[in-house]
Ligand binder design. Structure first.
Ligand code: BGC
Length: 370
């Protein structure tokens, strides 16, 4: 049942009874964030016992900020985002959003299931990208605060049969939890009443320095992937699963992102085939940044991850503080099934059947080395 359970849990309280200083404490608070599609949209602030703070809006399920302390105890947000809804209502490259029904590309916007052909919007060169013209990133989701002791928010949406060209009524819920270990856990669940395809992800753009004036080329990355999916000039997989060894795609050892990026046309925007062989929640990548001391570990149940270095950011978009968001100002690690899987029978399937439960989990865990 998609019931909007909208209630306010303002756990912001006076921690220290001996002073007048108000400190925010663990829990979830809710505030108005504006209006979209004629509906009021909210901003939820999740705070853990360490004082780390994640804000999420039910417009597009967007993670708008993740504020934590660096090694010098300076607090800043490690994800790109706006502090007002207007930035998200304008065109932006999926900052922090839930991406679906199909995260990533489907060649020429076409696929078939049981000989029935489906046609999707072409919104990226000759291809379909990230769910279409009005994908899950641009919708108002039904919010439910699930738990305030382990701050947890559920966003639900019913995508009707035929929406954006996809078959089946798809019921989706996405659960966000901020743990005391500074983990953002995102769980995706879905069911359908007709055979369909699905590939949900989160499109957060990370910059561990907390300042977009610094690009991410000095960030150090390790991905547990011996292979990646080679792509054509429109970023559609050729079907080849290519070894990373001896290529700029070898991140099996911690490596500065900028070291070999110039040998990859446009920068990294590729799906890595993770070495994990089952759907268990497994650590698949680590990003670190020396000056802030911050480390981000990524765990997922998914078989792939799109590593994207913000190649198409060109400085035109600005942060709420007015800073230009330039090329490589942030990186994405979009956990997922492989791009264009509906047209590549050899890739792990993205088909969801009636009666089946789609369930994937991704955890982003932040820590600081002092
Ligand atoms: C894609 C990029 C795209 C970006 C923003 C990434 O997932 O792979 O090609 O530019 O999303 O849309």
């Amino acid at each position: 049942m998609f019931i909007a359970t909208i209630f306010t849990l303002l756990i912001t309280s006076c921690n220290n009874t001996n002073t007048n200083k108000m400190e925010k404490s663990k829990g979830i608070s809710k505030s108005s964030f504006g209006t979209a599609d004629g509906k009021e949209v909210f901003l939820y602030t999740l705070i853990n016992s360490k004082g780390s703070e994640i804000t999420i809006t039910n417009f597009g399920g967007i993670v708008t900020s993740w504020v934590s302390a660096d090694k010098n105890n300076i607090k800043s947000s490690i994800v790109l985002g706006y502090d007002s809804l207007s930035g998200y209502l304008a065109t932006h490259p999926y900052f922090g959003a839930i991406v679906g029904r199909y995260g990533n590309r489907i060649a020429k916007g076409k696929f078939s299931i049981d000989s029935v052909a489906y046609t999707l919007a072409i919104n990226n060169g000759p291809n379909h990208l990230h769910g279409g013209l009005k994908g899950f990133d641009k919708l108002v989701w039904e919010p439910t605060v699930e738990n305030d002791s382990v701050p947890s928010l559920m966003l639900s949406y019913l995508s009707k049969d035929g929406e954006e060209g996809y078959p089946g009524n798809l019921k989706v819920d996405v659960h966000y939890t901020l743990t005391d270990e500074d983990e953002l856990k995102i769980e995706y669940n879905a069911t359908t009443d007709k055979k369909t395809v699905i590939n949900l992800t989160n499109h957060s753009y990370f910059n561990l320095t907390g300042d977009v004036s610094n690009n991410i080329l000095d960030h150090v990355l390790q991905i547990d992937a011996d292979h990646f999916t080679s792509v054509d000039s429109t970023l559609i997989p050729t079907g080849d699963i290519t070894p990373v060894k001896g290529t700029p795609f070898d991140f099996t050892q911690p490596t500065k992102i900028g070291l070999r990026i110039d040998s990859v046309m446009g920068g990294y925007d590729h799906n890595f085939v993770l070495n994990k062989t089952d759907a268990s929640l497994t650590k698949i990548a680590t990003v670190s940044e020396e000056k802030s001391g911050r480390v981000l570990e990524v765990f997922t149940t998914e078989p792939g991850v799109q590593f994207y270095t913000g190649n198409f950011l060109d400085g035109k978009l600005k942060t709420s503080g007015g800073k230009s968001i330039g090329q490589h100002a942030a990186l994405c690690l979009e956990t997922q099934h492989f791009p264009d899987s509906p047209n590549e029978p050899s890739f792990p399937t993205t088909i969801l059947l009636p009666g089946q439960k789609y369930h994937t989990v991704t955890v982003y865990k932040l820590s600081v080395i002092k």
